[in-house]
Structure formats: C-alpha cells, structure tokens
Design a protein around this ligand. Structure first.
Ligand SMILES: [Mg+2]
Length: 391
C-alpha cells in the first residue's frame, strides 16, 4: 500500500465551506476480476476484450500487460503485437456488474452521496462523516480495506475538496494507493502534473496547449481569465476552476440515464441496405461503447428514422435479457430498420439507441423492475420522441 499525504495547511477563512470528496476507482477492474476468478491468470498479462481477428478493442488490461504498453481502447490486434503471450478473455459483464453492485453497496454504507461514473468508479461526498469527527484519509482507508476483504479487489482512492482534484489524486499512484490532498493544498498538488491529467483535457487539448507553451496544470492555472475564454470558449470558467483545484461541482447521487442513443443526418439521403447498414453499425458501436463506459445494460433497442420529406418515426423492440453487446444491438436495430426499407423510400437521418436501462449497483434484477415491459419481440411505435424533438 502506498500513501501520500501532502502536509496540511488549514485555511480557516475558507468560503464557501469545505467539502470532502473521495474518488474511488478499482484498479484494472475487468482484468482484476478475471484474475480473481481464474487463479491461473494471476501474475499473467490479461487482456479483456474482443478478439484480435474481429477488430475487437481492449476493454481492460492487467498491470502485467500494461508494462508492454498496452492500454484500454487499443485495438486488440495492436495489443497482441505488443504482448504476444497475453491471455485474451472475453468480457463477462454480468460478473463485473455483480462485483460492482457489492462495491457500490460498500460506498453507500459510508455516505448516501455516491455518484457512480461507471462500474468501477464513483465519487463519494463524505463531508458529513468528516464533520462528526473522522478524517477523509480514515474513511478512504476503511473503504479500501473493506473492498479488499469483501471482494479481493484493489481499489485506489483520492481524497480532496473537489471532484476533479480527487479524481487526479486517485489516479496518481495507482494501483492500490491512497492519495490525500488536504484543504488549501489543491493548487500546489496539481501544479507540477501534466495538463492532460485534468479531467476534460483530452489528447487534442493537450496538443493545442503544448503549442501555447503549456505543459503542466500549474502553467495552465497561471493564465488570465481572458486567455481561458479565448482557448476554451464556453468551458473557460470550468476549466480554469479545475486547473486551480477549485471546482465546485457537487456529487450527484442520482444520475440515472434514461436512454443512450446516437443519430446521424446524411449529407444526401440514403435508401439502400448497403448504404444504411454501415451507418447503423457505426451508431450502434457508439451506443454500445457508451453503455459499456457507464457500466449499464439495456433491454429495449430503439431506432429513429427520418424520411426525405422529414416524416420522423421510431421503432423499438424489447429483448428478453438486458445487454450492452454491440453485435446484439446492431442485429436487433438492423432488423427494425430493414422492415422500413422499400423502393423509392429515402432516409435523411437514422438513429439507434437503448432504453429500459439497468444501472450498476442498483441491486435489482431488471425483470423485477419492469412488470409492464412488452412481451418478447413486441414492436410498437413510441408515443413520445426518444431522441429529442421531432421537426
Ligand atoms: Mg478503474
């Protein structure tokens, strides 16, 4: 176990009141569950994901595999070139969800203010517990020990006064680490770190910041407000607050997404199966990745279609079991689209989506939740537009 505590320098003139937030993030979650359940994989490079032959991507890589430069979202074919002896495991999302549920339950015993970000990651607002006489470090250690004891998995935790600093902290010394940033130390803690560590600063932003001569969060934080406005536009205030370690985003315990969807408008209308199928496949890929990222599954597959005359309608079908499988989503969605194809009928927009979602850590079986779900295979028109307003 590694622990880093930055020396406390309490600033009692804090205004608004200090909040204490943890970001808890399991280490290489899917790969760690596979190593837990399959002792023969322990100590081995494990890649969870699709097959290298079918353009699969790495959903998770064990730390043994990461040493070879493999990371998640990398094409599996590239990953096996880096690490030829890796064990490739198909994801078992049911099992990951089960483990996630146990872990989220542990979090919820600490505070009601838990905001899951995905199956293996959550923010916890522990301000109230701290107020009655404990410390963020003690709470975080308690969580780490319980998760280890009750699930066998390692979890890293960052503790700070804001979500963004806590997230940077949890990532800093992974795996199996606790990093505490005391109130008042946020800016100094962030300053030496690369700008890309900050949430919301992706690889593209890192590149453009580099062109402005900015490499570290400290250099970023030193810029004047009008510079942020020029570089980040609408996001200026929030990026600046995060760079200074002062963001005030609250932990939002209910973030229940109702549906996940993607749609595209064509530059010229499409009518053939040959043209429409790859578009739908791309959209289904986006939806499936988004579901996977959020750690949720859905039972109802939706498609949205807009004809060249702007007539817009949706079709949906409810599956027997919840899924986040891209293949199943595409197969089902294509079944719905295919029925709508006819000679002379051209489409200017298609969309694909998933609803009747099952969230991580809900602790219920989805069929207990939906007594009124339409029978298997039932297709009906939606009474309301699922994808926003119709024209
Ligand atoms: Mg993680």
């Amino acid at each position: 176990m590694k622990q880093a505590t930055i020396r406390t320098n309490r600033n009692m003139t804090e205004n608004p009141p200090v909040r204490h937030i943890l970001h808890a993030d399991l280490d290489a979650f899917y790969a760690s569950v596979e190593q837990l359940d399959n002792p023969q994989y322990r100590g081995q490079p494990v890649l969870v994901g699709g097959s290298p032959q079918s353009r699969g991507v790495v959903a998770a890589a064990s730390y043994e595999a990461r040493k070879f430069g493999v990371h998640s979202a990398m094409p599996m074919s590239t990953a096996v070139r880096h690490c030829a002896h890796a064990v490739i495991v198909r994801p078992r999302f049911d099992r990951y969800r089960e483990m996630s549920g146990k872990i989220m339950d542990i979090f919820r015993e600490v505070t009601a203010l838990v905001e899951p970000l995905s199956l293996d990651e959550a923010y916890l607002d522990v301000t109230e517990a701290v107020a009655v006489g404990t410390t963020p470090a003690a709470i975080a250690e308690g969580i780490r020990e319980r998760v280890k004891r009750e699930t066998g998995l390692n979890i890293s935790v960052g503790a700070a006064t804001s979500k963004s600093v806590a997230k940077v902290a949890s990532d800093l010394r992974k795996p199996d680490a606790l990093v505490v940033v005391p109130p008042g130390e946020e800016r100094d803690f962030l300053a030496p770190l690369p700008a890309g560590k900050l949430s919301g600063i992706g690889p593209k932003a890192v590149e453009s910041l580099r062109q402005e001569g900015i490499e570290t969060i400290g250099q970023l934080a030193g810029q004047p407000a009008d510079w942020f406005l020029r570089v980040f536009g609408k996001r200026a205030a929030s990026v600046q607050a995060r760079a200074l370690g002062m963001d005030r985003d609250p932990v939002q315990p209910t973030r229940a997404t109702k549906s996940v969807s993607a749609e595209t408008t064509f530059s010229s209308d499409l009518s053939s199966a040959e043209d429409l199928y790859p578009e739908l496949a791309r959209l289904c890929g986006r939806v499936a990745r988004s579901l996977e990222r959020k750690g949720i599954t859905g039972k109802t597959v939706n498609v949205k279609l807009r004809l060249s005359d702007f007539t817009t309608f949706t079709r949906q079908v409810t599956l027997p079991e919840p899924t986040s499988s891209e293949e199943q989503l595409l197969e089902t969605a294509w079944g719905l689209v295919e029925k709508e194809l006819s000679p002379g009928r051209a489409f200017r927009l298609i969309g694909a989506g998933m609803s009747s979602l099952d969230h991580p850590g809900n602790g219920y079986a989805s069929d207990e939740r939906e007594p009124d779900a339409p029978p298997e295979g039932a297709v009906r028109q939606l009474p309301l537009p699922l994808f926003g307003e119709a024209p």
